[in-house]
Write a protein of this length. Structure first.
Length: 135
């Protein structure tokens, strides 16, 4: 499993946890076992993403909210888009992966899993976040 595939697994788990409104070590472990994720580096990466998003959720949500159009609210955004935004923001801001990589990867996932407008929406939010935080 390469990093893109690991990122996709992390997204799927983030989405699942977003829908459930709850995160526990047990849920993460069950997901890893059910998806036969045995490579220790991949497991470590996914657990890091889940824990990092959870620990920094307030700031990540604020970054998303601050970069929404005035009449939009966080609750209005589809859970898939929220999970993708959280994944990208965590990796770009907290793990310092190159923002072009982070944005490109989640835009590709948005094309695969999101609604038709998801890639454009996510790209726009992330571009604003990057401009605000990294420049």
């Amino acid at each position: 499993m390469n990093r893109s595939q690991a990122r996709e697994q992390a997204f799927k788990l983030l989405y699942s946890l977003e829908v459930q409104h709850e995160t526990s070590e047990e849920q993460v472990e069950i997901y890893l076992e059910n998806n036969n994720i045995v490579d220790e580096n991949i497991r470590e990466y996914i657990v890091d993403v889940i824990n990092g998003v959870k620990q920094n959720e307030e700031e990540i949500n604020k970054l998303v909210i601050d970069n929404l159009k005035k009449d939009w609210q966080l609750q209005r955004i589809p859970k898939i888009n929220i999970a993708l935004l959280k994944l990208a923001i965590y990796e770009i801001i907290y793990k310092e992966i190159p923002y072009k990589v982070g944005i490109n990867e989640v835009v590709e996932l948005a094309k695969k899993y999101g609604e038709d407008n998801a890639p454009t929406f996510i790209n726009g939010i992330l571009a604003s976040v990057v401009k605000e935080k990294l420049n």
